[in-house]
Design a binder for this molecule. Structure first.
Ligand code: NAD
Length: 482
């Protein structure tokens, strides 16, 4: 199999503060998860650089909030163009640092350009309103203003996509932003920032830092100049950051973990459901917050569905994401491989059966086989903790009420999926499942123009659709006597 040849260079990543790329005290290595080779380094910010970033963001906010929405929109569309025209180089760097197949990295990069464009258009639609007054001569106006300086924290699973949603919405609203990118996959974020810099973004509007996550978040969240916190990551860390934001009365958006039920009824097109769900399950080696993770299949169809699903999973080409044809790469880091081993061992100890995979293959890199477990008891950890990896546990159910109860059993509610041929069943599921997003009879979540967010312990706020702008705007009411 041929490796992808052009432009395999991987650059070290610096901090971007006040319009300049700069170094700091320490660096940490960046590892290619497919080879375990060190491919570069990333600079870590200390307090001094973080304070510089806040000052730069203050300067940037003063300029950007006064820049007309029309101009902000134009500049953002140029940034989108820059991302699109550099997509191949960005995708190669993303695959090298994160491990996902090149085809997925290309799609993520092109989707990032779409996201910037969507928010560029939303920038021009931050309307206010006029409220009829009780007294003559009084005008009552509601305006929407940018909330201020944003501190955003984004993870390594979608290095570009997680960052671009926050950056684009904040910039569209007129905010400046300090992005704390993922230390394990820093180059993709740096490429995003460069696209905005080259589009002419004023200094200090978009700053990029890396560091020790807990140190950076405790410094920035507590900083009086920072007005808004946005975090994507685990529920555990989200709760911590949300409580810190609360202590300082900061607005917060929390995009946290889920454990998406994927419900399949016997009247569904089983081969199609199995094929689509397997593609969704093993995308990015399962390291996706909206990945289908609890496969709940009607008892009389369970065996047939499992056969189709196992066949689709077995057919996946796994390997280094730079190799053409590879459909599943390694996990992003060694922690995830260890977590997979623990989850499989625990499920087997609870009486589950291994229908496919279950092991770390004999090769370099953080690989884990596409894994299918059947007959998994609800007490097994994998039915309670988001696996965030290539494990699909399948369990059977008998009635619609029973499966809705199982879907809602956990304290999280981000995404849910269901396949059925009956309109009444689909209506019941869309009404009764406690989840921020539900996709029925296809896989249709995550577009820039559609809401993206969870309920319960999956967090609050939306990162897609018109709702996404809300997080970066505050309301001002002006009442004026002529
Ligand atoms: P982790 O929980 O330590 O880190 C998750 C993310 O949060 C990382 O980006 C990390 O840099 C950040 N983080 C951790 N502590 C922080 C702090 N005090 N302040 C600011 N940021 C902080 O663990 P991990 O091993 O990287 O990932 C483990 C779990 O995290 C996964 O199993 C998954 O459930 C979740 N996760 C979710 C997403 C998502 O898209 N929702 C992405 C990555 C990881």
């Amino acid at each position: 199999m041929a490796a992808h040849q052009p432009n395999r260079a991987y650059s070290d990543t610096l901090l971007h503060i006040g319009g300049a790329w700069c170094t700091g005290g320490r660096t940490r290595p960046v590892v290619n998860p497919a080879t375990e080779d060190i491919i570069g380094s990333v600079v870590l910010a200390e307090e001094r650089e973080l304070e510089d970033a806040v000052r730069a963001a203050q300067h940037g906010f003063a300029v950007w909030r006064k820049t007309a929405a029309f101009e902000r929109s134009k500049l953002m569309r140029q940034a989108a163009h820059n991302v699109r025209s550099r997509a191949e180089a960005i995708a190669v760097a993303m695959t090298m640092e994160q491990g996902k197949p090149l085809a997925e990295a290309r799609l993520e990069t092109l989707a990032a350009a779409d996201t910037i464009e969507w928010f560029a258009e939303e920038a021009r639609r931050t309307y206010g309103r006029v409220i009829p007054a009780r007294a003559g001569g009084v005008t009552q106006i509601v305006t929407r203003e940018p909330v201020g300086i944003v501190a955003a924290f984004t993870p390594w699973n979608f290095p570009l996509n997680q960052a671009v949603r926050k950056v684009s919405a904040a910039l569209a609203a007129g905010c400046s932003i300090i992005l704390k990118g993922p230390e394990e996959t820093p180059a993709s974020c740096a490429a995003l920032v460069q696209a905005f810099v080259d589009a002419g973004l004023p200094e200090g509007v978009l700053n990029l830092v890396f560091g020790v996550p807990a140190d950076v978040s405790s410094y920035l969240i507590a900083h009086p100049a920072v007005a808004k916190i946005s975090f994507t990551g685990s529920t555990q860390v989200g709760k911590l950051l949300a409580s810190m934001a609360g202590q300082h009365m900061k607005r917060a958006t929390m995009e946290l973990g889920g454990h998406a039920p994927a419900i399949v009824f016997a009247d569904a097109d089983l081969p199609r459901a199995a094929k689509l769900l397997a593609a969704a399950k093993f995308r990015n080696a399962g390291q996706v917050c909206i990945s289908p993770t609890r496969f709940l299949v009607e008892e009389k169809a369970c065996e047939a569905f499992t056969q189709h699903f196992v066949a689709a999973a077995r057919a996946l080409e796994t390997g280094d994401g730079l190799h053409e044809g590879v459909q599943m790469g390694p996990l992003a880091n060694a922690r995830r491989v260890e977590a997979m081993e623990r989850l499989v061992a625990d499920a087997l100890a609870h009486g589950a059966k291994l229908a496919l995979g279950g092991h770390r293959p004999e090769r370099r890199g953080f690989f884990f086989e596409p894994t299918v477990l059947t007959g998994v008891p609800l007490a097994a950890r994998v039915m309670n903790e988001e696996p965030f990896g290539p494990i699909a546990p399948i369990v059977s159910f008998r009635t619609c009420d029973e499966v809705i109860a199982e879907a809602n059993r956990l304290p999280v509610g981000l995404a849910a999926y269901a396949y059925s041929g009956a309109a009444g069943t689909l209506a019941a599921l869309s009404r009764d499942i406690e989840s921020g997003m539900i996709s029925l009879n296809h896989h249709g979540l995550g577009l820039p123009e559609t809401p993206f967010g969870g309920v319960k312990e999956s967090g609050y706020g939306s990162e897609g659709g018109t709702e996404a702008m809300e997080a970066y705007l505050v309301t001002k009411f002006v009442s004026q006597m002529a």
